[in-house]
Write a new protein. Sequence first.
Length: 359
Amino acid sequence: MALFPPRPVQPTDAMASIPTAVPVSTASVSTVSRDDIQRAHELTDRIRVHFAQGLVAQSKLRESLIVTLVAGGHILIESVPGLAKTTAAQILATSVSGTFKRIQCTPDLMPADLVGTQIFDFATQKMSTQIGPIHANFVLLDEINRSSAKTQSAMLEAMAEGATTIGGERVSLPKPFMVIATQNPVEEEGTYNLPEAQMDRFFMKTVMTYPSEADEISMLQLLTSRGTDQQTMTVAPNAITIGDVEFLRASARKVHVSQPIMRYAVQLAQTSRGGGPRPIKGLANLVRLGASPRASIALVRIGQANALLAGRDYVIPEDVKAFAHEVLRHRILLTFEALAEGVGVDQVIDSMIEAVPVP
């Protein structure tokens, strides 16, 4: 079923559906300085240099990882095997001098294997807490959809609360904390679909495609010159520190977001739910679940991070649109009718971006 063009409306109708802006006091709101913007640019350039040493092409994936890191969110990477999903996650982790853990998800992986457990210490005759591998600054959940629902619930708690529960004891995760999850969309045997509540916790879902012929040749040249097919898992000499990551995140939160930009992010999310200033005709036949308010939050946070990396102290509509597909594609669930007609979620997002007026 083809998507219908946006229904034309009169300006008065559009304005009637837009809530009146609530005055916000900006007296206590700090702003990011030009020196902070320059420092943020230098820090992220160091990460890009590290990427260039171990990953060919995939610039979109690189920028998605960096922006998600600065925005303080989690990211889900989806692609067929062999497109360097794991390598990209390892490169990002080794570009920061923090702790990194890789967890290979399997059907028999239990929550205790992930978050930790309590063991009896015979020396002290007391129970002691042994934390699991998720207690790290960067956690790679490889093939996350192979883990069972019980284990995925433990992952959800960690991603949502920034803490885990071990034997009734709440243990805070280190800061910064970032989950980089990968999944293979092709294989279905031995996999479990991620629940919508957990999918919603990811700021972004990026989909990787096959490299071009030139990029694949460059990849082979990199491998032959390096002499090994294994990615060296050591922290880069020019790695940024945990303090630098906290600085980047704090600076991104200071980037100014105007009321029209906030309204634009909200209207994108509302349009996916059949609302917005210009509802898309026939969308209810294609979408069975639209984006939640967390999508609006992610759009704004990603917009702030993208603006900071672009050298601006304010967000423009292009900052929101730049990663709109990554922010929305895993939050919009299509109907069977849409899947049968070959309508993809990215097509729906394209229509949403076209329908919502740009401030």
